[in-house]
Design a protein. Sequence first.
Length: 103
Amino acid sequence: WEQTLKELTDLCITLLQKVLDLENVKTDQAKEIASLKKRVTKLEQTQSLRILCFHPFRARTSKRYSLGRRKVSKQGRKNLKSQQMLQDIDDVLDEDADTEMIV
């Protein structure tokens, strides 16, 4: 009877030790999860700030440069010339496509 009682107390002690070890592991994992969640939220905040601050058409300089009147008018002429050239190319391509369809 005493032998079984001693075996049972030893078993109880080992099981209790395993439970305590598992609780320690659980608390350590909870701490790690909390720190990782904090890290994720911090990264998400910095990423959202980067997205909000990103402007594809913004100049990369701190000063704002404005085009003078001459440059604006020249730019308009350049745009008209390039648009006219693109229109001419489209017309030529359309004519080529029409002749290929007829043949």
